[in-house]
Design a protein around this ligand. Structure first.
Ligand SMILES: [Zn+2]
Length: 177
C-alpha cells in the first residue's frame, strides 16, 4: 500500500502533519519519598507514591506523546511491577518515549502541562521544570509550558491527598514513513 496521496481510495485520508494527544496522571502523597515533578526536586515537600519515582508530570507528558502517536500508554511500555522500572527515573522514561516516537517518524511539537495541587507552589519552579522537560525531549524550552493551579480546597486535591497533572502534546511529521 502507500504511494502518493493521489493513489489513495476515496475513503482514505493522508496522515495529518500535526497530531495532538492528552495525558492525565494522579499520585497520592507519600511523605517517606522525595517529591520530583518534571525532573525537579522540591525539598521539604512530601513525595508521591508509585512504583517508579512518582514523577506525575513526566508520566502525564509521556501519555500525551504516546497518545498523539497512537503508541499506547506508559503502562504498555513501562509496566508497573516490572523490576526494571522500580524507582525508575521517569525523566529517563520520557527520553525513551521520545526516542520511540522519533523512530516512528514523529518529532515533538509543543507540550502544555497543568499541575493541580494545593502544595507545593508550582509557579516559582515552573521555569526549571520547562527547561528539564525540554532538555529530555530535545526541544526548546519555548516549546514547553508548565502551569500550576490549586483546586480551591475542593475534593481530594483540596484535602492535600495528592497531585493531579494534565498534559497536552502535539507531534509533527519528521519524515515520511
Ligand atoms: Zn504516574
Amino acid at each position: 500500500m502507500g504511494g502518493s496521496p493521489g493513489a489513495r481510495g476515496a475513503g482514505e485520508h493522508p496522515s495529518p502533519v500535526v497530531r495532538v494527544g492528552t495525558g492525565y496522571d494522579s499520585h497520592r502523597f507519600d511523605p517517606r519519598r522525595p517529591l520530583k515533578l518534571g525532573g525537579v526536586h522540591f525539598p521539604g515537600s512530601p513525595g508521591l507514591s508509585g512504583f517508579s519515582d512518582g514523577d506525575a508530570v513526566a508520566h502525564a507528558v509521556i501519555d500525551a506523546l504516546l497518545g498523539a502517536t497512537c503508541l499506547g500508554d506508559i503502562g504498555t511500555h513501562f509496566p508497573p511491577g516490572e523490576e526494571a522500572w522500580r524507582d525508575a527515573d521517569s525523566m529517563e522514561l520520557l527520553a525513551a518515549s521520545v526516542a520511540m516516537l522519533r523512530g516512528e517518524g514523529w518529532a515533538v511539537g509543543n507540550v502544555d502541562v497543568t499541575v493541580i495541587c494545593e502544595r507545593p507552589r508550582i509557579g516559582p519552579r515552573a521555569a526549571e521544570m520547562r527547561a528539564r522537560l525540554a532538555e529530555r525531549m530535545g526541544v526548546r524550552a519555548g516549546a514547553v509550558s508548565v502551569k500550576g493551579k490549586s483546586n480551591e480546597a475542593m475534593g481530594w486535591i483540596g484535602r492535600g491527598e495528592g497531585i493531579a497533572v494534565h498534559a497536552v502534546a502535539t507531534v509533527v511529521r519528521a519524515s515520511r514513513s
